[in-house]
Ligand binder design. Structure first.
Ligand code: 4AD
Ligand code: MG
Length: 434
């Protein structure tokens, strides 16, 4: 290689007509005796490289024949605009160095593979264009989340992963913690978020959460990422306005900035363009009436299952809030509804197209006695919740917040069937490797 500058494929347009070096992996090769092509992928894009036998030293031409799928290479040549090539550029090769050969038994071949095989080879599967598109959209959404809250003056607060037993109802992962007994991997950052809201006003957390749920559905992971804003002085109505602004912002951001990746995934973007505020608002009782009319056996008092959620959203082109569930169906920390004390001031946000719950949110119980009664009634260990009750003892305050599941949101925006593809290395009941 000469002293030509090393350039990422996405930056080639700025180097038209210049001699450059690109580095990457071979996705495929073809040759017709006198002219040969290797398509190179570097994570920022793909680029066709052109080898012309009569214009190359013999050893460079011969080296081409060693290129197999996923061989890593450095290639030097002239960057040329070529409208017919993917990405619009190609390299007229002058030099080729093989960095790392790749045996011909590379596991992922251009044919149909079963999902278990692909997940076993997740470390390679990530190299496919489709997986790259998903990763790019996920990253765009993560950045948009930070931007949304930053623009609105929220403070990001990082809450602990190792906790004493507090959180949601579903299963806990335990690990020994010195002389303190068991520590549990956090199921939510919310309770710490509430303490932070009293200190800082408007906060959000963005962290991994863990649930030892034995669910093998297309929307459950044992490790997933959750974004949990908590806002002092917001009530349940203000909480929903924040949610719809937030979700609409994320969708709009992906539409504006990630059209090529949505196209790679063959996403029907008209479905995303319909996601506008205000979202639909249904009382829990109305939602139950809708699903019953459509044949569901759900009765007042039940939580709504995935099938019920699909029945509800089928009538709408935008997300739906189901509000004010019965107490028994929801967590202890939700505020009793003064208009109907059998229910709590909460909402789930259901994504369109059958994706179901992407957000759970509520106004929090700020009455000390009522909260204590709920904690006791649920048989929760009081000593673990004393500090949480303190927030109601010393300067209690109206507050509300919610948790958005990142993987479910990304799966919906990408239009994927299962959330396992949305995270680089998914953790599920039967999967801990790679
Ligand atoms: O409804 P959840 O359980 O609510 C909470 O954890 C509250 N503490 C949030 C809050 O008010 N701060 O979970 C919130 C969201 C769900 O709507 C869903 O999107 C996602 O987290 N979620 C999961 N995602 C993937 N796999 C799982 N096992 C999930 N469980 C919940
Ligand atoms: Mg929920």
């Amino acid at each position: 290689m000469s002293s030509a500058p090393f350039v990422r494929i996405a930056e080639l347009p700025a180097h038209a007509g210049q001699q450059v070096v690109i580095r990457g992996w071979v996705t495929h090769v073809r040759s017709s005796g006198k002219i040969a092509f290797a398509v190179i992928r570097d994570g920022t894009g793909t680029c066709q490289t052109v080898f012309v036998k009569t214009q190359l030293p013999t050893e460079v031409w011969e080296r081409f024949s060693q290129l197999t799928t996923e061989t890593s290479v450095a290639i030097e040549g002239e960057a040329r605009a070529e409208p017919r090539a993917p990405g619009g550029f190609e390299i007229g090769v002058t030099s080729l160095a093989i960095i790392g050969p790749s045996p011909i038994d590379y596991p992922i071949q251009p044919k149909e593979h079963g999902i278990d095989f692909l997940l076993d080879n997740r470390h390679f599967w990530l190299r496919s264009p489709r997986q790259r598109a998903i990763a790019v959209i996920r990253s765009e959404i993560e950045q948009a989340i930070h931007d949304f809250f930053y623009e609105r003056g929220f403070l990001r607060v990082d809450t602990p992963i190792l906790t004493a037993a507090i959180g949601e109802r579903s299963g806990l992962f335990a690990t020994e913690y010195f002389d303190e007994g068991n520590a549990y991997l956090a199921q939510t950052g919310q309770l710490y978020g509430e303490a932070a809201a009293a200190a800082f006003g408007k906060i959000y957390t963005f962290g991994p959460t863990f649930r030892a749920e034995k669910s093998k559905t297309r929307r459950h992971l044992t490790e997933f990422w959750m974004i949990e804003p908590e806002v002092a002085w917001n009530d349940s109505a203000a909480n929903m306005v924040l949610q719809e602004d937030f979700v609409a912002y994320l969708v709009q951001r992906v539409l504006e900035r990630r059209a090529p990746e949505l196209a790679e995934l063959e996403r029907d973007v008209t479905k995303l363009q319909a996601v506008k505020v205000p979202f639909v608002r249904l009382d829990y009782a109305e939602a139950v009436a809708i699903v019953q009319r459509k044949g569901s056996a759900t009765v007042w008092g039940d939580d709504l299952g995935a099938e019920d959620e699909a029945l509800i959203v089928a009538d709408y082109d935008r997300p739906v809030f189901v509000m004010n569930y019965p107490k028994e169906a929801k967590a202890f920390y939700m505020k009793e509804n003064p208009d109907d004390p059998r229910t709590v001031l909460c909402n789930d946000c259901l994504a369109p197209e059958g994706y179901g719950e992407i957000i759970g949110g509520s106004q929090r119980e700020d009455d000390y006695d009522k909260l204590l009664a709920r904690i006791t009634a649920e048989g929760l260990p009081l000593d673990a919740y004393n500090w949480y009750l303190d927030l109601r003892r010393y300067g209690t305050f109206t507050h509300a917040g919610f948790g958005l599941g990142l993987e479910r949101t990304v799966a919906w925006i990408c239009g994927l069937q299962h959330i396992r593809e949305v995270i680089a290395f998914p953790r599920m009941m039967h999967r801990l490797r790679p």
